[in-house]
Write a protein that binds this ligand. Structure first.
Ligand code: SF4
Length: 430
């Protein structure tokens, strides 16, 4: 059977769809990019904002129009929260909630799961598998769910309580992917920093990463979004190993304590600053990016001004800026004084300008230096060669024209100039 996979939203969804691709392939099915030839669509939906649910619905309609004969299996946070709504959509043949997502492949095929030992494959077969999945980096889900109660968050409603995967299973998966040619493992979870809490471990994430570094030979390890309070004693010693990607994505959400209190966040402005300062002091060249929500209920002009000043002060290397989106079932949806769309847009625009400026400032520090780049894809070619695209170990996006395709390789490169309009560093091979 030919299967067409689609995912929206977070890295965790991405890691789950990658894992489904491997499971379908192991059962003897094939993954196709062509919707018209697929017999089955799998859609991993997102519900983090109203816009995300709209995109999820549109995607299902679009797939059904492209190929009305194909079956559509829908999973993910939107399917979990609104199964009846999804179940009546045209073409949808099954709705699988988040708790059964790991069994989706056997549910829809009726066959038992059969994940192959990748290291048993011949090199050519490994290449073919990598080609089929099209990945240089693998997103590894290490935990799911969350026990916190951030008042805006619908994800914890859709994902349930925090559950950690067994460490031995994670190590085996990463080693197999490394043997199959993957160059980078990105650890993901709903609340990554809580890894091990449900297993009674303290500093569980630190321990997990230390074991991955000690027992696998994956060339790069990176952490996906990490709530700042997930940084525990001794955490920065992990970066003594040069295989650790020098990037931390620490969600701030707001730089104003009054707003943070209504958000029921665990870190204050002062605590967040201390974490960032410690991170920068311990890990030279570290890139720190963040998430910010603008227009949270009750966010006054004064609160926003405090938040904005703090954000400017932090000089993040990049920001994801979200306009607050009211999600049914969350505590924030019931708060008074919702902020108008027009005000949210103004605030978002002003933070986008800061984000673009600070991203450029961070990148500019590395102009005329050497960096190690993991090349991920080509975006075209010129008379001089292929346009290769990748990321430095501190997550600066890089492009380089070279006579050969560099995808899946880590090479030294000379960083030449930051192109602010494209948000990318031009480089040449060193
Ligand atoms: S820490 Fe907060 S924002 Fe993150 S998943 Fe848990 S409740 Fe949601």
């Amino acid at each position: 059977m030919k299967v067409h996979l689609k995912t929206l939203g977070c890295r965790l969804n991405q890691s789950e769809i990658d894992s489904m691709a491997r499971q379908f392939t192991a059962q003897g099915h094939s993954i196709t990019d062509d919707a018209e030839e697929a017999a089955l669509f799998v859609v991993n939906t997102c519900a983090v904002t109203q816009e995300a649910t709209r995109s999820s619905r549109q995607l299902i309609y679009r797939l059904h129009r492209a190929n009305p004969d194909a079956q559509i299996a829908v999973t993910g946070c939107y399917a979990h929260l609104s199964p009846d709504e999804i179940g009546t959509m045209p073409g949808v043949t099954s709705v699988i909630d988040n708790f059964d997502k790991s069994s989706l492949v056997s549910i829809v095929t009726g066959e038992p799961l059969a994940v192959p030992e990748l290291h048993d494959r011949e090199p050519l077969a490994r290449q073919a598998l990598i080609g089929a999945l099209g990945k240089t980096r693998a997103f590894i889900k290490v935990q799911d769910g969350c026990d916190r109660h951030c008042s805006f968050c619908v994800t914890r409603l859709a994902r349930g309580e925090g559950r950690s995967r067994d460490m031995r299973e994670i190590i085996a998966e990463i080693q197999e992917l490394s043997a199959a040619g993957y160059r980078e493992a990105v650890l993901t979870g709903v609340h990554l920093g809580s890894y091990g809490d449900d297993l009674g471990q303290t500093g569980g994430l630190r321990q997990l990463v230390a074991t991955i570094l000690a027992e696998t030979d994956i060339p790069r390890v990176r952490l996906s979004s990490l709530e700042p309070w997930g940084i525990t004693d001794g955490f920065f010693a992990l970066w003594d190993d040069p295989r650790m990607g020098k990037h931390l994505h620490l969600p701030l959400q707001s730089g104003c304590d009054a707003t943070l209190k209504r958000m029921i966040r665990r870190t204050t402005q002062h605590e967040f600053r201390a974490i960032v300062e410690a991170a920068r002091a311990n890990v030279p060249d570290l890139s720190i990016t963040t998430d910010v929500i603008v227009g949270f209920p009750g966010e006054t002009d004064d609160e926003f001004a405090v938040s904005k000043a703090f954000i400017e002060d932090m000089q993040f290397a990049g920001m994801h800026i979200f306009r607050y989106s009211q999600r049914p079932g969350t505590a924030a949806a019931r708060l008074p004084n919702h902020v108008s769309e027009a005000v949210m847009k103004q605030r978002s625009d002003s933070l986008h300008a800061i984000s673009q400026r600070d991203e450029g400032r961070f990148a500019a520090r590395y102009v005329d230096t050497a960096g190690q780049v993991l090349w991920e894809a080509i975006s075209g070619s010129t008379a001089e060669g292929f346009i290769n695209n990748g990321y430095t170990d501190n997550f600066i996006r890089v492009r380089c024209i070279a006579p050969r395709v560099l995808t899946d390789h880590i090479t030294d490169a000379r960083l030449l100039a930051w192109d602010a309009s494209a948000g990318v560093m031009d480089a040449k091979l060193a």
